[in-house]
Design a protein around this ligand. Structure first.
Ligand code: ZN
Ligand code: ZN
Length: 171
């Protein structure tokens, strides 16, 4: 996710347009249970002296597990962004990113933007029924007939699964 400023600004358009794409995103700030399949960033760079403003639209496709039934889900998000890049740090503007020389590296900015716009949970469907807390069956597929207040847990992991799911629901 690197732009060459010489090439970009030499074209003489103001602001200068760019389009970047990347497959996979092994970013450290992104939840490892989420697989970022494809990221597309397009926008413009405008310069005010050495201060650059980068703005545009971020789109990304990702795969993760449904927070209720744990099946694999493919989903998509998009978000607008507008960030400033400076040559040196400034106490007045701690949110600015930095750039060096003639290249503008958008990697950290894009990764931050992905992390910020990732939903706290993704569902396979808004009406997903989730797993049965008693027997662990996927209630979208089978009707297991358990009642919620049925005696001791038949599946030793069902209690844990139900608890984890409750925590997810509370987020
Ligand atoms: Zn589901
Ligand atoms: Zn059941």
């Amino acid at each position: 996710m690197i732009l060459d400023l010489d090439t970009l600004l030499r074209r003489g358009q103001a602001p200068a347009r760019f389009h970047l794409e990347r497959l996979d995103w092994p970013g450290e700030s992104i939840d490892p249970s989420i697989n970022i399949v494809k990221t597309v960033v397009e926008g413009t760079v405008s310069a005010d002296g050495s201060l650059l403003t980068v703005q545009g639209l971020l789109r990304f496709d990702y795969e993760t597990q449904c927070a209720r039934c744990l099946t694999q889900v493919s989903s998509h998000q998009e978000a607008e962004f507008a960030e400033e890049f400076a040559r040196s740090e400034s106490e007045d503007a701690p949110d600015r990113y930095l750039y060096v020389g003639h290249t503008l590296d958008l990697t950290q900015m894009v990764e931050d933007c992905i992390a910020l716009n990732m939903p706290l949970r993704t569902l396979c469907s808004e009406t997903c029924k989730g797993l049965c807390p008693v027997c662990g069956a996927d209630r979208n597929i089978v009707s297991c007939g358990c009642s919620a207040d049925e005696g001791p847990m038949k599946n030793p992991f069902a209690a844990l699964a139900a608890k984890l799911r409750e925590e997810n629901e509370e987020v």
